[in-house]
Design a protein around this ligand. Structure first.
Ligand SMILES: [Zn+2]
Length: 298
């Protein structure tokens, strides 16, 4: 009966099966990541991206003297922050789209850095420069990743290795090994390849809203100890969740033994010794064109 109908029905059925397959596939990759960014959508879409233009900074670090640098002397070392590196999905929320880089775009940005004469350095390099005046290469830049999403291991890590870059991965410890998050085994592989693992607290709270000092201390200190114990390294870098901190939190971060801490996302590339525990970060632009405009070749 009605053989002429069979073709369109088959097509519709095929289309529906495909669509639901893609949907399931996409959502399997979203899960906690998308929930996380949805629940902080206002912060990540309205506050974070390009809220304040990066300030032009002056002092060239090349040939810096081997002596104590004045606490307020500014060194231009952009600290790039990446959150999500993975293929995009039609179901991605606005917050995810604002923060996500496809592997192709991430690769192009990493290639651009090399082509434009940038030199990737670590937080330890910057700390030694600010503290002791240790010289930095020309056009220094720091690459960092937030939260410990497993896609960073899958997609960003191989690209970083390809360009022989080191990056710092700030992970919050409670969800390590759970769905969507990086595993201890993956963290060890990254550590072995020269990546730095930093702390991003235990549960990624707004630290400034925590009133119980014991909880605050646990977020800062236990996360450091957990990472240190499981990875066999000393964890020297901290990144405040949402870039939010105050003087009390800085005091605890110092007391826990961190060497530096990454702070707000808005103040551009200029770093100073008196902000070693509030280093200025920049959300990595999501297109290569914007990226090149923000980080010119000369
Ligand atoms: Zn974060």
């Amino acid at each position: 009966m009605f053989p002429f109908l069979r073709f369109p029905i088959t097509l519709i059925a095929l289309g529906a099966a495909l669509a639901s397959g893609i949907f399931l596939y996409a959502n399997d990759h979203l899960g906690p990541l998308d929930e996380f960014f949805r629940s902080h959508e206002a912060f990540y879409t309205d506050v974070l991206p390009d809220a304040v233009p990066s300030s032009a900074t002056t002092t060239s670090p090349a040939g810096a003297p081997q002596a104590a640098v004045p606490a307020t002397a500014t060194t231009s070392v952009p600290i790039l922050v990446y959150h999500i590196v993975r293929p995009s999905y039609p179901t991605d929320s606005r917050a995810v789209r604002t923060l996500a880089h496809t592997p192709e775009v991430f690769d192009a940005q990493m290639k651009y850095l090399a082509d434009a004469g940038y030199h990737v350095v670590s937080f330890a390099d910057l700390e030694r420069h600010l503290t002791d005046g240790a010289p930095l290469p020309s056009k220094p830049i720091i690459i960092s990743f937030d939260d410990g999403w497993s896609d960073q291991f899958t997609y960003a890590f191989p690209i970083l290795k390809k360009y022989h870059y080191t990056a710092t991965f700030f992970v919050f410890t409670n969800p390590i090994g759970t769905r969507g998050f990086i595993t201890w085994d993956q963290l060890r592989k990254m550590r072995d390849a020269g990546m730095i693992i930093g702390s991003h607290s235990k549960s990624h709270p707004f630290l400034t809203k925590i009133t119980d000092p014991a909880i605050l201390w646990s977020e800062i200190d236990d996360s450091k100890k957990t990472l240190g114990k499981n990875l066999g390294v000393t964890v020297n870098e901290f990144a405040y969740p949402f870039g939010q901190y105050n003087a009390d939190i800085v005091a605890l971060v110092k007391k826990a033994g961190y060497a530096s801490a990454r702070g707000d996302y808005y103040r551009g590339a200029g770093q100073t010794m008196d902000r070693l525990y509030g280093l200025s970060a920049l959300n990595a632009p999501t297109t290569t064109e914007l990226f090149a405009r923000k980080f010119p070749a000369r």
